[in-house]
Design a binder for this molecule. Structure first.
Ligand code: THU
Length: 160
């Protein structure tokens, strides 16, 4: 038996001013997307903005349903929207933010496991990693180089 360790590095910023202007714009678009959230049940808004190769920005927000398991996460909405508007196009960066009407977020929101797997499949399809920017109002900003850093041992469809 041997023991193995898995770890990863990510960037932590105090403020959006420390990021480049392209990232700052994506952050602004993710914040704007919060207003598109339909989340009357959780009152937890999630906004996402994807920078597509070529410069287009596509946004999305979570959409809930009275039948709770049918809730659709912001990340799934934005990935579907990219595929509809720019089929097969490469996503370079995704910014994700969240806002709750009842709780003040003390650290950046992180995507659920299912959304990590969705982003991972997109990375595999496009053969290129997607930078992920995570932040909320008054939190630090995390920049992760690839979703695989936060989805170790991800399921890879090539084994099927
Ligand atoms: N949600 C997202 O949009 N993305 C995630 O990665 C996790 C959770 C949404 C689903 C639901 O509308 C609300 O946040 C509370 O779970």
């Amino acid at each position: 038996m041997k023991k193995a360790v898995s770890s990863f590095e990510y960037e932590v910023y105090e403020s959006a001013n420390q990021l480049n202007t392209a990232d700052q714009l994506l952050i602004e678009k993710a914040i704007e997307a919060l207003s598109k959230s339909y989340s009357p049940y959780s009152k937890f808004q999630v906004g996402a903005a994807a920078l597509v190769k070529g410069g287009a920005i596509v946004t999305g927000a979570n959409m809930e349903n009275a039948a709770y398991p049918m809730c659709i996460c912001a990340e799934g909405v934005v990935l579907s929207s990219v595929e509809s508007s720019f089929p097969g196009q490469t996503i370079e960066t995704i910014a994700i933010t969240a806002k709750s009407s009842s709780v003040k977020l003390l650290s950046p929101p992180t995507p659920c496991g299912a959304c990590r797997q969705l982003i991972c499949e997109k990375e595999n399809r496009q053969g290129r990693s997607i930078r992920v920017i995570l932040f909320a109002e008054d939190t630090e900003i995390y920049v992760i180089n690839t979703i695989k850093d936060i989805l170790p041992f991800s399921f890879d469809g090539s084994v099927i």
